[in-house]
Design a binder for this molecule. Structure first.
Ligand code: HSE
Length: 343
């Protein structure tokens, strides 16, 4: 299949996917018969450009890496905002990678609804819309005969949603527990080595792990969004973000970390949800002091880990990158290849 793609938002994740598509072009064509042309890029800060015949993405990446606006691109139509790009370009597939707001889901929710309503596929790493309306959006995609993929909303390109949906199919998944935020895990790892909280956060931002507003990471809101998504998409429940008890890592001091060390323990921000006997859900995001013998205690850096509690296999754990430019960009390729396979 030949996709015509528009990027709505062009931060680190969108750029990461663009690099992968350029570097793996031949492999994707030969192995999967996957072909694509990027026809539009629209970003609230960087400006926008549209060419129905396709953009030279090497040039686009050069422009944004220099910190210049997309108006510097020599040809094409400039100035189309996200919604206009979705509605008025010849793109058949929208890559929605604007900033995340798990409280309202906007502006991504409107972008995605508009795209699906216009009969366009959507692949997105944006957690907001999935937290707010995963089921409704999947139904909307199905009734419009298009696809909505969001593998990257939990654990970036580490394929947890595909694991639960396809590979663990036939199991009853009763709950989960894991390290669901890369930024905080990175910060805790660096703090254990003696780095200050502020320096560690700055480094996590430089490496592209943190959200545009990192408060969401350190206060546990990002992990909370992932708990809601996993509960609703994998456990099939209808949890609201307000139903999850939450505490982030901002109150963990150097002294707390040293104390844990002397006790042979390690702080981790843990997100979990379990289906109770009566069918209700107990869900929370909370810092826990784990003994080093706990497998999650050994997961450092921006690596995430997720254990599913299943009826047939007991605990099944997947460990892998949970954030980062290429790692999250890659999750969008997983979704694109899935659409390619289905079509
Ligand atoms: N800010 C997120 C994290 C990115 O640090 O895990 C991936 O959702």
């Amino acid at each position: 299949m030949h996709f015509k793609i528009a990027f709505i938002g062009f931060g680190t994740v969108g750029q990461g996917l663009s690099e992968i598509l350029l570097e793996k072009k031949e492999m994707l064509a030969e192995k999967y018969d996957f072909h694509c042309t990027i026809v539009a890029v629209s970003d609230i800060m960087k400006g926008s450009v549209y060419d129905e015949n396709g953009l030279d993405m090497v040039k686009i990446l050069e422009i944004v890496k220099k910190g210049e606006k997309l108006d510097e691109y020599p040809t094409g139509i400039k100035g189309m905002d996200g919604l206009t790009t979705i509605k008025e370009t010849n793109a058949d597939t929208i890559v929605e990678v604007t900033f995340t707001d798990v409280k309202t889901g906007e502006p991504a929710l409107t972008h995605i609804k508009t795209a699906l309503g216009a009969g366009k596929n959507v692949v997105s790493t944006n957690k907001g819309p999935v937290v707010k309306q995963a089921v409704e959006l999947l139904e909307m995609a199905a009734s419009n005969n298009v696809h909505y993929g969001f593998e990257g909303v939990v654990l970036a390109g580490t394929p947890v949603l595909n694991l639960a949906r396809y590979t663990l199919a036939g199991n009853k998944i009763k709950g989960f527990r894991g390290i669901l935020n890369g930024t905080t895990n990175y910060i805790l790892t660096r703090m254990e080595e003696g780095m200050s909280y502020d320096d560690a956060l700055k480094k996590a931002q430089e490496l592209g792990y943190a959200e545009a507003d990192p408060t969401g990471d350190v206060e546990g809101l990002d992990a909370l969004g992932k708990v809601v998504i996993l509960t609703n998409v994998v456990l099939g429940k209808n949890l609201d973000w307000k139903d999850v008890k939450r505490k982030g890592i901002t109150e963990i001091t150097k002294e707390d970390i040293e104390k844990a060390k002397s006790e042979g323990k390690r702080w981790k921000l843990i997100g979990s949800a379990e289906v109770q006997q009566d069918g209700s859900i107990k869900a929370k995001v909370w810092p826990e002091k784990l003994p080093l013998s706990d497998p999650l205690a050994g997961v450092g850096e921006a690596i995430n880990a997720l254990t599913f509690h299943t009826d047939e296999l007991g605990s099944v754990t997947i460990v892998g990158p949970g954030a980062g430019r290429r790692e999250t960009g890659f999750s969008l390729l997983i979704d694109l290849l899935e659409i390619n396979r289905k079509l």
